[in-house]
Design a binder for this molecule. Structure first.
Ligand code: ATP
Ligand code: MG
Length: 426
């Protein structure tokens, strides 16, 4: 129980911290991409401004003409600006290509926005470029367009390295978080475990200590009963002694149930398990209940497969769990009803079903019947018919789970109830 809670705590801690970390890493990566792109755009803008500053617009033989002679990369007299640019293009005011450097260009200006990411089809592989297209104006009149582009490969390389770092660092950190979560879960569970163990010890000690005085009271009541047995004048006292004896018997039963629950918490030791052939073992167990079934006019049936099914269990405990379920079936099934025990294997699980045609359990009671001291409303209303403490199913569940199994219940009011025990095959 504590290990499961600890695992759950660690799982939720890792999941929440991991999600926060992943979102954080994603945001940082996105920020890095935008920063790099802005940096590249600033560089492109700076280069295009230098080139635009070298464009000359002059009167030549009575006509205004654009001269690109001094423009880096495009002009004849120009000096190389830098080799980082993949291409530079000059378009006239109508968007017609006039001159270009680097990659060949289309005859007509296509770009609509200033900054653009474009993909070029290369011989060996495609390349991503960042392109800027700026209108060049003279006296508020557009005299042409300059378009330049640079490779995005260095940025992509940097981002790829960053992404690689994140993909290694994030799962690694999540692993560390998981480890820390487990350790923290253990620390958080410690006081709860201590308090629970203290409570278990108290229940066990108190139940154990109550046994001797209860036994003494019962003996005294029985001695008193014997003394009054043959004397008619002591009838009243006899009734009292009988009442005391019955109450003590039922309290002793409660005390031993509590003691059992306190002592048998948690998984069983593998050394205490014995290998048994479940079919014949169950048949013998059912046979020992036939007399009880007959006394209550109930039809007890057993459906066991021919092939042997071997399991490793603590036979005394398992007998008590199945006994509790059979006793419930006897108790909550009216005379003439049928109780059937079935054994079979399904999907790799050993399944034991105990089905009765009794009063059934209401839907609203079903989730609680395995809780300690819980009794269904309908049962409490018939207190004379069914005296119990509501511990039988809690004990059965504790035993089955101690074996690594599960117990479920299905019921329809007025039709009957089926309890199903599932064990992994060994
Ligand atoms: P005891 O501690 O003596 O077993 P109990 O039988 O009341 O008392 P549980 O065996 O824990 O306690 O069962 C809990 C409740 O579940 C019962 O009070 C009853 O309401 C309901 N229940 C259990 N088994 C059946 C069944 N086969 N048919 C109908 N109701 C059932
Ligand atoms: Mg019971």
């Amino acid at each position: 129980m504590f290990n499961r809670s600890r695992r759950n705590l660690a799982r939720w801690f890792t999941l929440s911290m991991g999600s926060i970390l992943t979102i954080f890493a994603g945001t940082i990566f996105y920020q890095q991409v935008t920063d790099k792109l802005e940096e590249l755009d600033r560089l492109l803008y700076k280069k295009s401004s230098i080139m635009i500053a070298s464009v000359q617009y002059e009167l030549h033989q009575g006509q205004w003409q654009v001269s690109l002679d001094n423009v880096p990369l495009l002009g004849i007299k120009s000096q190389s600006l830098s080799s980082e640019l993949i291409y530079a293009r000059w378009y006239d005011a109508n968007g017609q290509l006039v001159q270009f450097y680097g990659l060949p260009a289309s005859e007509k200006l296509i770009a609509s926005s200033e900054f653009l990411t474009v993909e070029t089809v290369g011989e060996r592989h495609n390349e991503w470029l960042r392109q800027v297209t700026l209108p060049v104006e003279y006296d508020r009149v557009t005299i042409g367009y300059l378009q330049i582009a640079t490779s995005m490969t260095p940025i992509k390389e940097t981002l790829r390295e960053f992404l690689l770092l994140l993909t290694i660092a994030v799962p690694g950190t999540i692993g560390v978080i998981g480890f820390v979560g487990r350790a923290l879960g253990g620390l958080a569970m410690q006081p709860i475990r201590q308090a629970y163990e203290q409570l278990q010890r108290f229940t066990a000690d108190a139940s154990h200590e109550l046994r001797s005085p209860l036994a003494a009271i019962l003996t005294n009541a029985q001695v008193g009963l014997l003394a009054c047995a043959n004397d008619e004048s002591l009838q009243k006292q006899r009734h009292r002694f009988e009442k005391i004896a019955n109450l003590v018997k039922s309290t002793s039963l409660l005390v031993s149930d509590l003691l059992f629950l306190a002592r048998h918490a948690g998984r069983l030791n593998t050394e205490s398990l014995k290998k048994i052939e479940l079919g014949s073992w169950l048949q013998a167990l059912v046979d020992s209940y036939v007399a009880q079934a007959n006394a209550k006019q109930l039809n007890l049936q057993c459906d066991i497969p021919r092939q042997p099914i071997e399991v490793r269990v603590e036979p005394t405990l398992l007998a008590q769990a199945i006994g509790n379920l059979l006793e419930n079936a006897f108790r909550y099934t009216p005379p003439g009803g049928t109780i059937r025990l079935r054994l079979f294997i399904c999907l790799g699980l050993v399944i034991i079903q105990i089905e009765d045609s009794g009063i059934g359990i209401a839907k609203e009671d079903l989730p609680y019947v395995f809780e300690r001291f819980y009794r269904a409303k309908i049962t409490r209303a018939h207190e004379d018919r069914t005296k119990g403490f509501g511990l039988g199913l809690a004990i059965a569940q504790q035993i089955i789970e101690a074996h690594g199994g599960h117990i479920r219940v299905n019921s329809i009011v007025g039709r009957g109830t089926t309890f199903q025990i599932e064990f992994p095959t060994f």
